[in-house]
Design a protein around this ligand. Structure first.
Ligand SMILES: [Zn+2]
Length: 94
């Protein structure tokens, strides 16, 4: 099931759950797929995504699914609809 993530805390609570994060970056016009345990998907990390701030500033949106296929479909759909680039994160794609 796809869940929209609107706060950092929601994502922090999911950290130990297996799953995938779709991160949409409006300024970069980019959709990126991460595993939930990727450091770039961790709001606590300085390099990680910050859903609360993105929501507040309208600079992005985030979706989580336990299914990789579902996350990829959502990422591809978002990229297509917005004309953004879709990439799989090189750090956690293993
Ligand atoms: Zn990643």
């Amino acid at each position: 099931m796809l869940t929209e993530i609107v706060t950092d805390q929601q994502l922090i609570d999911l950290y130990t759950t297996p799953g995938y994060l779709v991160a949409v970056d409006y300024p970069k016009k980019e959709v990126k797929l991460h595993t939930i345990d990727c450091m770039l998907a961790d709001p606590i990390s300085s390099v990680g995504v910050k859903p609360s701030k993105a929501r507040e500033n309208n600079t992005g949106e985030f979706w989580v699914s336990e299914s990789r296929d579902e996350a990829v479909s959502k990422a591809e759909e978002l990229a297509k609809n917005k004309g953004y680039t879709y990439t799989v994160c090189r750090i956690c794609d293993r």
